[in-house]
Ligand binder design. Structure first.
Ligand SMILES: [Zn+2]
Length: 291
């Protein structure tokens, strides 16, 4: 069933787990994510990068998601990941997606607040939730972002902007980065605690790939209730494709559906690992009925 992103995150927040938000790349990975969640009775959020939305098209992406999610036995939300582009935000809001991440971290704080308020007005009028990011999370993800911290604020300022703009979820800097870690990150679960004292909003952890189960537990205990995974899925997808192609070459057997099955299995297994680590297994029915 199709679910609200904020509702899933609030249920996770109230019940001591985090809902996984997985960046999909195509219908194959979309279906594998939903199957993994269904197999473990877990809620899940399907995320799409702006680059993938532009490549597939909003209409086809929306129709594909609906066809897969409507018949799923678990609640599934559709979320637009990091989007600084107001037109793409408007297109996804109009198409009825569950939520959008308006990424205003490239703007100064006054402009970020003003534009976030406009996005919230547009989105909420259509029943769409808004995740807010005004500090930039380190790393470039599908062409969006920066490798240096351009904008960082106090937790008081973050909570103030969130309150005044009326956003539904908050994505602060927590020491994590997009992509693969070249050295161990300095993680900031205490910043989650400090922010949670000032704001009741669900807090989102970006850059989850490469963190240990203990890292995830520390963030969830501190109050994180949505965790984004992108790189881990890309690696599982591409490595299984490569293994398949190596075997195909060795045996001179070229069968695309068989490669799709291998990729699906690899993505399914990768997603199941996160659902287990994040504690969302078995929460599907409660999350779906908790409104
Ligand atoms: Zn991110």
């Amino acid at each position: 069933m199709i679910a609200s992103t904020a509702q899933l995150a609030r249920h996770a927040q109230a019940n001591g787990y985090a809902v996984a938000a997985i960046n999909i790349l195509d219908d194959l990975s979309l279906r594998a994510v939903i199957e993994a969640a269904a197999g473990l009775s877990s809620p899940v959020i399907v995320q799409v990068s702006v680059k993938t939305v532009r490549s597939i098209g909003v209409d086809l992406m929306t129709a594909t998601f609906r066809a897969a999610a409507e018949v799923a036995p678990v609640p599934v939300a559709l979320h637009l990941d990091h989007c600084p582009d107001r037109q793409v935000i408007a297109d996804c809001v109009q198409a009825g997606w569950s939520s959008v991440l308006f990424d205003a971290s490239d703007r100064d704080v006054a402009r970020a607040e003003a534009e976030t308020a406009e996005v919230v007005a547009l989105a909420h009028a259509a029943g769409v939730d808004v995740e807010s990011e005004i500090e930039n999370i380190i790393g470039v993800e599908d062409g969006v972002g920066s490798d240096v911290a351009l904008h960082s604020y106090s937790v008081e300022d973050l909570a103030g902007v969130a309150e005044r703009t009326g956003v539904d979820l908050l994505a602060p800097q927590l020491g994590t980065a997009h992509g693969r870690y070249t050295r161990a990150p300095v993680l900031l679960p205490d910043r989650v605690r400090d922010l949670a004292k000032l704001s009741a909003l669900p807090i989102v952890l970006h850059g989850g790939t490469g963190l240990t189960e203990a890292d995830f537990r520390a963030f969830i205990e501190a109050g994180v209730s949505k965790i984004n995974i992108s790189t881990g899925l890309k690696l599982a997808y591409m490595r299984s494709a490569r293994e398949h192609l190596v075997r195909a070459q060795a045996t001179d057997t070229w069968n695309p559906p068989s490669m799709f099955a291998d990729i699906s299995l690899a993505v399914h297994g990768e997603v199941a690992t996160y659902l287990q680590m994040f504690g969302s297994v078995g929460q599907a029915d409660a999350a779906a009925s908790d409104r």
